[in-house]
Design a protein around this ligand. Sequence first.
Ligand code: HEC
Ligand code: HEC
Length: 163
Amino acid sequence: MKHAKPLQTLACLTMAGAMINARADRLPLPGDTPPSYRAECGGCHLAFPPALLAAADWRRVMDRLGRHYGTDASLDDPTRQTLRTFLERHGNPRLRAPADKSGLPKLTATAWFRHEHGEVPARLWHDARVKSPANCIACHRNAEAGNYSEQDLALPELRGKGD
Ligand code: HEC
Ligand code: HEC
């Protein structure tokens, strides 16, 4: 049974992946995305696809917007409730997101994210053009349209890194 674990892990990742997107390079926002989602959550970073966290993790994010990863992302309560319900509805129950120091979940630290980005050289995550793994648009120039294909990678040295 010594070899069983990596296989199980791989099966889990594949299932989490399949639940996130039918085509690996497409991750569009759902059809019922409220307009306020892009407006309120897409100003400082990409309006992240809701399938990248579990419902319980989205709840944690949405219940602590006043202390949001080192900044203040507070919203009026009706907007917050609308977005919270939307994000929870589309959360992916298979994803386990490790928390940062303040207890907020990091979608960029899930096994799925690390698996998809195994080919990215470590130094690039903090390259001046990228700054942070959460800065999806720095590398995926069409991320706002849900497109993560290899041909749309912004940094030339990354092309050919897909699997
Ligand atoms: C005022 C700017 C601002 C607004 C508005 C904002 N965020 Fe953020 N968010 C940040 C910053 C800064 C980080 C940390 C990014 C990093 O680590 O590079 C972050 C990180 C995140 C992360 C974790 C990303 C990771 O690294 O895994 C999630 C999830 C997130 N935000 C969701 C939201 C949602 C949902 C909304 C809307 C309710 C929102 N954000 C609105 C600034 C903002
Ligand atoms: C440092 C650059 C970089 C950043 C930042 C980055 N990615 Fe990627 N990503 C890549 C590379 C390189 C690949 C592998 C090549 C490919 O398939 O596009 C990849 C692959 C992917 C894939 C799989 C695409 C496929 O064809 O299978 C998805 C989905 C994805 N990234 C989403 C994200 C999201 C969401 C974020 C932000 C939370 C993000 N990435 C941040 C570089 C990056």
